[in-house]
Design a protein around this ligand. Structure first.
Ligand SMILES: *Cc1c(COP(=O)(O)O)cnc(C)c1O
Length: 369
């Protein structure tokens, strides 16, 4: 009898974490900052080829710093994906800026370039930045989106919180924008229990973000402040976990993609199921396997899975449908709403076996009319 709960995306340790944590303890760097933080940043630079990286307490903090450094402030317009997690967009509110939510297209489930163009034309003033999410580890239509940002002088911030290791035209997601952001929260493809990383090709901007992330301390023997910042740096202990996790990133991506293929095989005879697509010039990390149903009710399927102690989740509820953003500006055509209403995220943890994927799939199948 299998009785253990099958989670959506539980942490998967490599086995080396505790050795690196012990190393951090031996050096007594039980602090934010320290040699492990530098090594973790180095591992991200090496893997993504982003020239500069800054380890932070979360991806939400990283996005906040990106907006702050770009000079986004009260009353500024920030365009953003609507089909995303609140952590993507809350930093816009931290800066008292005005979010404009943009709907998805069906070929990527990510931000629609067509609607982005419309948003640029109809925004109350010239947008300063775009926060673009690569949802569930799958890349957005970057080429078209970057062309629009460049044409209109809009800074691109990639929310690659879910897409570490996903590539577009052979290049890592998160390295196309002025800034890119990765998350190491407990449910992501890698985890430090909590943590984030800000990357940029622009060294000066990263140094500015580093300054704000450690309380904006001026260069003086005492504490001198001409500006205010935040306490956003990552702890040296958590960075030790991150180093061990980065060592297994390539195999974790392969495992997530394998799980996706197992689901696709197991559910291939159910015509009403559509899997999240992948753009032809991109290879995502398939962080979560996500599907939509043409006819069947995803809620009853989710409850049937729950009965067997299997966790599944609805897709992200679009931001423009959240009570918080009732009054917010949006360019929406119903795409993300329809995905939300018909969709389900299936368990995708990298420790899953093919037998477990088949077991989940059988329950899903039974729930399909
Ligand atoms: C997880 C997530 C975030 C926030 O990451 P934290 O590290 O938890 O702050 C932001 N955006 C997206 C799309 C996410 O999935």
């Amino acid at each position: 009898m299998i009785t253990h709960r099958l989670f959506l995306s539980p942490p998967h340790m490599s086995g080396k974490e505790q050795a690196y944590i012990a190393e951090a303890f031996e050096s007594n760097y039980i602090a934010p900052l320290g040699p492990m933080v530098e090594r973790f940043e180095e591992s991200i630079r090496k893997f993504t080829l982003a020239p500069n990286a800054l380890a932070l307490s979360s991806a939400t903090a990283a996005l906040h710093l990106a907006l702050r450094v770009l000079g986004v402030g009260a009353g500024d317009v920030v365009l953003t994906s609507s089909f995303t997690f609140i952590g993507s967009v809350a930093p816009i509110l931290y800066q008292n800026a005005i979010p404009v939510f943009i709907d998805s297209d069906t070929k990527s489930w990510n931000l629609s370039p067509l609607l982005l163009e419309k948003a640029i034309q109809t925004a109350p003033k010239k947008p300063k930045a775009l926060i673009l999410t690569h949802l569930y580890g799958q890349c957005a239509d970057l080429e078209a989106i970057i062309a629009l940002c460049n044409a209109h002088g809009i800074a691109l911030i990639e929310d690659a919180a879910e897409s570490l290791g996903g590539v577009y035209e052979g290049r890592q997601s998160g390295t196309f924008g002025t800034f890119g952001v990765y998350s190491f929260n407990g449910n992501k493809i890698l985890t430090t229990s909590g943590g984030g990383m800000l990357v940029s090709a622009n060294k000066e901007l990263i140094e500015k973000a580093r300054f704000y992330s450690t309380q904006a301390r001026d260069d003086a023997p005492h504490y001198e402040h001409t500006d205010f910042g935040y306490n956003y740096r990552l702890s040296n202990i958590l960075a030790a976990i991150g180093i061990a996790q980065m060592e297994v990133l390539p195999e974790r991506i392969l495992a997530r993609r394998q799980i996706f293929e197992w689901y696709r095989e197991a559910l291939s005879d159910i015509g009403e199921i559509t899997f999240m697509p992948e753009l032809p010039n991109a290879t995502g990390n398939r962080w979560l396997t996500t599907v939509t149903f043409e006819r069947s009710d995803p809620t009853s399927i989710r409850l049937a899975l729950e009965k067997e102690n299997i966790e599944s989740r609805p897709l992200w509820k679009p931001m423009h449908l959240q009570p918080l953003f009732q009054e917010a500006l949006r360019v929406a055509d119903g795409t993300a709403q329809s995905l939300f209403e018909r969709g389900l995220c299936l368990p995708s943890g990298t420790q899953m076996s093919q037998e477990e994927v088949i077991r989940v799939s059988e329950i899903v199948k039974k729930g399909c009319q």
